[in-house]
Design a protein around this ligand. Structure first.
Ligand code: UD1
Length: 429
């Protein structure tokens, strides 16, 4: 398995192109199942999770072609997907276990084909992460669902019918699954307590371009009027706010100055507010956002993760790395996932002073971290260790980086171009 070697201490300076959002691209790819016409997606990031989803869709009969890059530099790939006829309704364990977001084929497949058999997912080891809310909501839309041998077997031979779905907690992929299914259901579906993440909004806009009728996009109550058929469309994937937030923190932790090309302030307001309190300036530029320390010092701040528009759980680990070298203490509370502090023992091996009590971590800033061999256990934990390594004295070897490749496009290239001493070390064959 490859590793990443980092020699810390370089201030990052320059411009970084923000890729298309993984968490938007995944449901958008799955939306291709809803129509027999072509869906063309541009600004698709080149990531392991995207390959996994493409393989899964290919297995279901979706024709996929890569049409190169859109004009304008690092603007991601153009992917054309055409599900003229579906040849299978099974999402097998071998593919689903690699990526929990495979559950996103359940809603569209069921709505279009009247049947879907999707393995219960695996994915990041950040808590139990059940899919009970997806299942209950699809049952409410009239699906008959059984669990057989680790598979969710959903059937709706006479089609789905609209209903009122009240999610007891905000679920991002749950909202996306039901929104997609409802576009082909008979009658009207209301989703109450819907997720409002920019990736959910991006999917909604694409579905509308495909002919779906959706009201309340971007709010916590969406009304979807079902249609008999959707048609093809072309759609550009939104920039990755988590990647942008990660690089803003990379600028801050190294006392650098980065321009994040394509990043949108609209999607990062809660992050910018917290970073401002910690002594980091995030300002809009003509092409994106600029991030740097306001006056040299980093201050400890308290952070609590929340569904959008709150501070994202997907930036919690990176924020913790930053707080490890801030002046004073910081209390970081994780409210979305249990067991999402797996970066803590590794950060401590680099000299961080962190005490975890239930869902909160008390981080007392230290003047300097020191490089160490560390191991990544989930996607965002991995990148938080990379950030710590960029600021640390000496060498950090980041092992088991396959999670990083699931979610960050050319991470080491992008950082190296801004002055980081970082390289991928290929495992000897
Ligand atoms: C999505 C993101 C992930 C992000 C998360 C929260 C994608 C592909 N992934 O994950 O990067 O960290 O949102 O912003 O977009 N839950 C249940 N039952 C369910 C579904 C969820 O109990 O059926 C719980 C989860 O365990 C968790 C909470 O609800 O505690 C939120 O999870 P959810 O929003 O569903 O996360 P994902 O959609 O899996």
């Amino acid at each position: 398995m490859d590793s990443i070697r980092i020699k810390g201490g370089q201030a990052l300076k320059g411009k970084i192109h923000i890729s298309g959002a993984k968490n938007a691209a995944l449901p958008l790819l799955a939306a291709s199942l809803l129509t027999d016409e072509a869906l063309t997606l541009s600004n698709v990031p080149h990531l392991a999770d995207i390959v996994t989803m493409s393989n899964l869709l290919g297995q279901l009969g979706v024709g996929i072609s890569l049409n190169g890059h859109a004009p304008g530099g690092h603007t991601g790939r153009v992917v054309e997907l055409k599900a003229a006829t579906l040849t299978d309704v099974v999402a097998p364990y071998e593919l689903v276990r690699k990526m929990r977001a495979s559950i996103l084929v359940l809603g569209p497949l069921l709505a279009r084909a009247g049947e879907a058999k999707v393995s219960l997912p695996g994915g990041c080891a950040i808590g139990t992460r059940p899919v009970d809310l997806h299942i209950a909501a699809l049952q409410k839309l009239g699906a008959d669902i059984t669990l057989d041998n680790g598979y969710i077997h959903a059937r709706a031979p006479r089609g789905l019918r609209g209903a009122e779905i009240i999610f007891p907690m905000v679920t991002v992929t749950g909202t996306e699954n039901i929104m997609m299914a409802a576009t082909l259901a008979a009658g009207e579906t209301t989703i109450v307590n819907a997720a409002r993440e920019p990736e959910v909004v991006d999917l909604a806009h694409c579905l509308v371009a495909m002919g779906a009728r959706i009201e309340g996009i971007g709010s916590d109550r969406m009304v979807i009027a079902g249609s008999a058929k959707l048609h093809g469309a072309a759609h550009n994937v939104v920039p990755d706010r988590i990647e942008a937030g990660t690089f803003a923190m990379a600028a801050a932790i190294t006392d650098g100055d980065l321009e994040l090309i394509g990043a949108k302030m609209d999607h990062l307001n809660s992050v910018a507010t917290i970073l401002a309190a910690a002594g980091i300036d995030m300002t809009e530029t003509a092409d994106g956002l600029r991030a740097r320390r306001a006056n040299g010092a980093l201050r400890g701040v308290d952070v609590m993760t929340e569904p959008y528009p709150g501070f994202p759980t997907d930036l919690q680990a990176q924020m913790m790395a930053l707080m490890c070298v801030a002046d004073g203490a910081s209390m970081i509370t994780e409210t979305i996932f249990e067991n999402r502090f797996m970066h803590v023992p590794e950060l401590k091996r680099m000299g961080a002073n962190i005490t975890v009590h239930n869902a909160s971590a008390l981080v007392r800033g230290v003047p300097m971290l020191t490089g160490a061999p560390v191991m990544a256990t989930d996607l965002r934990a991995s990148v938080s260790l990379a950030l710590a390594g960029l600021a640390a004295r000496g060498e950090t070897m980041l092992n088991r980086i396959y999670h990083l490749d699931r979610g960050y496009e050319r991470l080491e290239e992008k950082l190296a171009a801004c002055g980081a001493h970082i390289e991928r070390v290929k495992e000897a064959a």
